[in-house]
Design a protein around this ligand. Structure first.
Ligand code: FAD
Length: 464
């Protein structure tokens, strides 16, 4: 009888779990081992229940439009658990004032004239610079360019610094003048090239878009019991598979057609026919440090952020603006970068009569803020919040979550570098696959999509 093959998945975050789940479904005759460093699965997904509040220490939701996350939830039969964000006005904090994000803008790109022209966030010069996009025509396409370069050319510096940069930083926590357009928002370049302008193109497309924004409903989904519930359900589905917790993979050797996976303090290494590496790239680099080309990973830098969830009684806060939260304009003196009024955006997370606020710190150049004590972070966050709301009682409790080197930066040339590296891996490390936040998208759906793609690649190798 032919020996069963084994896939070893390293890292039990959402990418590793998704890969394990779909591999089990698609290749029932394959053995699967999932190895995780921590004593729990989920990686950056980490929901905490406290005094009736549901607090997400990491991601809090996913974009519905990127269908892989919703599909996974449905494949697990959890669609009744889905909840959509409440919509409401979002703001930009600039010069101690909250300015409404102009209605009808998409990732800060103004698509509706009236609200944009009325906006208090920009000067007339700033507005005119942005509107010139309409008459500029498409740009010459280079190999890759930074997100900042692209948007500054199209819409001018003011709209970029005051609106687009803070919105994009909410996803990538980085400097948009270094981020690769190709790796993060290739669709905006496509639109510009196809329609001869960004505003023109996006307006045309939004007319044909019958989806969420047209219905004025939220674009994000989460699970009522917290995203950890998705992790727990995946763990339940994988209970017949081998899952090793508290297990650090230290290095991997290649032996003929197989790989030998060494785990700290485990006497017996594990043999694998296929390897799915979902660890952060810096860890993957170390695991394969005997291969010189793997050191190319060091070109991918990661930034650090922290967030603090603050729970209050309702009467502790006066004049909380009517909306769902704000991001902070760049080049200003605040330490906070974004704030969500979680009880409004996600009412299911907060008991009646209470307020839950989640605030981020750690913009580029201010990353050492995450090394401060919980109390210091709380106090600098409250100081910034006091500029726009009256907080007259201390929070009931706070939860500070630090995420060191957690946000991989896809800088200009990322996709090319990744291709070169994967070509070398194909040559020297066949049947080893990379997936996860370090490579082709940081959002949960992007991670799941990469995991599914690896499963398909393993499947096609098995069927050849
Ligand atoms: P990880 O979750 O990092 O998993 C990797 C796993 O590998 C970890 O569990 C780790 O312990 C394990 N590991 C490390 N070293 C070893 C080793 N040597 N041996 C074995 N295991 C090892 N995305 C969204 O879509 N929506 C959001 O709202 C959102 N918010 C975010 C907020 C924050 C604060 C952060 C940090 C990210 C957010 N993201 C969000 C992005 C998203 O959460 C991540 O990109 C995604 O969860 C990464 O999943 P992953 O499985 O690729 O990596």
């Amino acid at each position: 009888m032919e020996k069963r093959k084994r896939t070893v998945i390293i890292g039990g975050g959402i990418t590793g779990l998704t890969a394990a789940y779909y591999l089990k479904e698609e290749q029932p005759n394959m053995d699967i081992t999932l190895i995780e460093l921590n004593d729990r699965l989920g990686g950056k997904i980490d929901s905490l229940k406290k005094d009736g509040f549901t607090i997400e220490r990491g991601p809090d939701s996913f974009l519905e439009r990127k269908s892989d996350a919703k599909e996974l939830v449905e494949d697990l039969g959890l669609e009744d658990e889905l909840v959509r964000n409440a919509t409401g006005q979002a703001f930009i904090l600039s010069h101690d004032r909250l300015h409404p994000i102009p209605k009808g803008s998409k990732m800060g790109i103004p698509l509706a004239w009236k609200p944009f022209m009325k906006s208090t966030l920009f000067t007339w010069n700033g507005k005119l610079a942005a509107l010139k996009d309409v008459i500029k025509g498409q740009s010459k396409v280079s190999d890759d360019q930074s997100v900042g370069q692209f948007f500054r050319r199209r819409l001018g510096n003011q709209v970029v610094d005051r609106l687009i940069h803070p919105l994009i930083s909410g996803i990538y926590a980085g400097n948009i003048d270094q981020l690769s357009l190709q790796a993060t928002f290739p669709n905006f370049l496509d639109v510009e090239q196809k329609h001869g302008g960004l505003i023109k193109g996006l307006r045309k497309l939004s007319k044909t878009d019958e989806n969420a924004s047209a219905k004025n409903q939220g674009m994000f989904l989460t699970l009522k019991q917290g995203l950890q519930y998705l992790v727990n359900q995946l763990e339940e589905e994988l209970k017949e598979q081998e899952i090793l917790l508290n297990s650090r993979v230290t290095h991997i050797d290649k032996k003929n057609d197989q790989y030998i996976v060494h785990i700290d303090h485990h006497e017996d290494p594990i043999e694998a026919d296929y390897l799915v590496m979902t660890t952060p790239h810096a860890v993957t680099e170390k695991i394969f440090s005997q291969y010189d080309f793997m050191h190319d990973f060091s070109q991918i830098k990661s930034t650090s952020v922290a967030n603090v969830a603050l729970a209050f009684e309702q009467d502790a806060i006066d004049n909380l603006p009517n909306g769902t939260g704000f991001v902070v304009s760049r080049k200003e003196n605040y330490r906070i970068t974004a704030c969500t009024w979680t009880h409004k955006k996600w009412p299911h997370t907060t008991p009646e009569g209470h307020v839950l606020i989640r605030v981020y710190v750690g913009k580029p150049g201010d990353e050492e803020v995450i090394e401060k004590s919980d109390e210091e972070i709380e106090s600098l966050v409250l100081k910034d919040l006091q500029t726009i709301m009256e907080i007259n009682k201390p929070p009931l409790f706070k939860v500070v979550s630090r995420w060191e080197n957690s946000m991989p930066q896809y800088t200009v040339g990322h996709m090319n570098r990744l291709k070169v590296l994967e070509d070398k891996m194909n040559q020297h490390l066949p049947n080893v696959f990379l997936a996860g936040a370090s490579y082709r998208g940081v959002g949960l759906p992007d991670c799941m999509k990469q995991a599914k793609s690896v499963v398909q690649q393993i499947k096609s190798k098995e069927h050849n």
